[in-house]
Design a protein around this ligand. Structure first.
Ligand SMILES: *Cc1c(COP(=O)(O)O)cnc(C)c1O
Length: 370
């Protein structure tokens, strides 16, 4: 059995460090806030290359809190890609604004920058590019569009911790960015966790207030916020893992190269890297015309595969009232039918990948001769 992700393998590789760090939090009974949270926020901000990091409860909250902090709400529209995890559009709706979907680029699977401007209106306030699967969206183009049209940019970096464009990390291009530390992400806590990063001091201060009931100091509530904090126990785990993230991302890249070298064949489309990007392969997603049969064949052979995501955002049941049409999102429509995520994690061994590749080739050859 080769799983899609193996969190146990990663835990065993850092067990002593993590156990000690978590035990310290318990010994100190300092569960909310405290030195682990402060030190992680500072270290993560410098890792990304920004001035401020504010921990929060999860990556979905991070998007929602940043939208609120930018005063985006009822009557506003926000541009989002047609393919992402639902959090991206859900957070927009949660603050009372409307998500406006834009089709994806056929080679990077991130928002198609050539289609953004035709979707702008007087109500548009922001763009949320998503660095899907770990490949950066085209931030240089997006920032130019945003500047020209006076829009905020919030980067959804949930799948792209450490990904770069021309040496610069994602999360440092937009006005602000959200990260998720869901356990299976490239940098994952031991439960739900997330953060926001920005260079804008006012935005940082307001976001921090919102995470902590609108308090500027204890019992001094300047606005109504919510409870969305990064727990100390998660911060202690993240502090340990932050020392390993670059090594882990390199291992993912090495694994991705192996797959790509071995799989390049006419029926299998492998991921690409564009505009001097450094992809961090949160997911390794291939495309195949007979995806459903391939998926079943691999699962029968004990290979953990999955689809991210089976239904593109515009076609989800929760947006049926918008009556969005497949022909208006041709790339996303085709994408959802052909994608398949292969096992991908830093500890994945070459012998395991070799087996995955052999089985894919076996399927491909037999399906060709049908
Ligand atoms: C995981 C994810 C999120 C949300 O993160 P949570 O911590 O699970 O709330 C947001 N956007 C994308 C693209 C994600 O993959």
């Amino acid at each position: 059995m080769i799983p899609l992700v193996d969190l146990k393998a990663q835990y065993l590789s850092i067990k002593e460090e993590v156990d000690t760090a978590m035990q310290h939090v318990i010994d100190d009974c300092s569960f909310i806030g405290g030195k682990n949270v402060t030190s992680f926020e500072g270290r993560f901000a410098s890792y990304i290359g920004v001035n401020h990091c504010i921990g929060c409860a999860n990556g979905t909250d991070a998007i929602e809190i940043l939208l609120k902090a930018m005063d985006i709400g009822i009557g506003d529209e926000v541009i989002v890609p047609a393919v992402s995890w639902i959090s991206t559009s859900e957070a927009v709706s949660s603050v009372g604004a409307r998500p406006i979907f834009v089709d994806i680029d056929p080679s990077t699977y991130t928002i198609d920058c050539n289609l953004i401007e035709e979707k702008l209106s007087e109500r548009t306030k922001a763009i949320i590019p998503v660095h899907l699967y770990g490949h950066p969206a085209d931030m240089n183009k997006i920032m130019a569009i945003a500047k020209k049209n006076n829009l905020f940019v919030l980067e959804d970096c949930a799948q792209a911790h450490g990904a770069k464009i021309d040496g610069r990390k994602v999360g440092s291009f937009g006005d602000c960015a959200s990260f998720s530390f869901y356990p299976g992400k490239n940098l994952g806590a031991y439960g739900d966790a997330g953060c926001m990063v920005t260079n804008n001091e006012a935005l940082a201060a307001k976001s921090r207030m919102i995470t902590n009931h609108g308090q500027i100091e204890k019992h001094h509530h300047l606005l109504e916020g919510r409870n969305s904090r990064l727990d100390a126990i998660h911060a202690s785990v993240l502090n340990v893992k932050l020392d390993h993230i670059d090594t882990w991302n390199q291992a993912r890249q090495k694994n991705a190269s192996y797959y790509t070298d071995q799989l390049a064949s006419s029926n299998i489309i492998v991921p690409t890297e564009k505009y001097k990007c450094e992809h961090v392969f949160h997911l390794y997603v291939i495309k195949h015309k007979k995806r459903d049969q391939l998926k079943e064949f691999l699962q029968t052979n004990g290979i953990g595969v999955a689809i991210h995501y089976p239904v593109a955002l515009p076609f989800l049941g929760c947006y049926s009232h918008l009556s969005l049409l497949e022909e208006d999102f041709p790339v996303a429509s085709k994408h959802q039918q052909e994608i398949l995520s292969l096992p991908m994690y830093p500890e994945l061994r070459q012998s395991q990948m070799k087996f995955v590749v052999e089985k894919i080739k076996e399927f491909d050859e037999s399906s060709n001769s049908l």
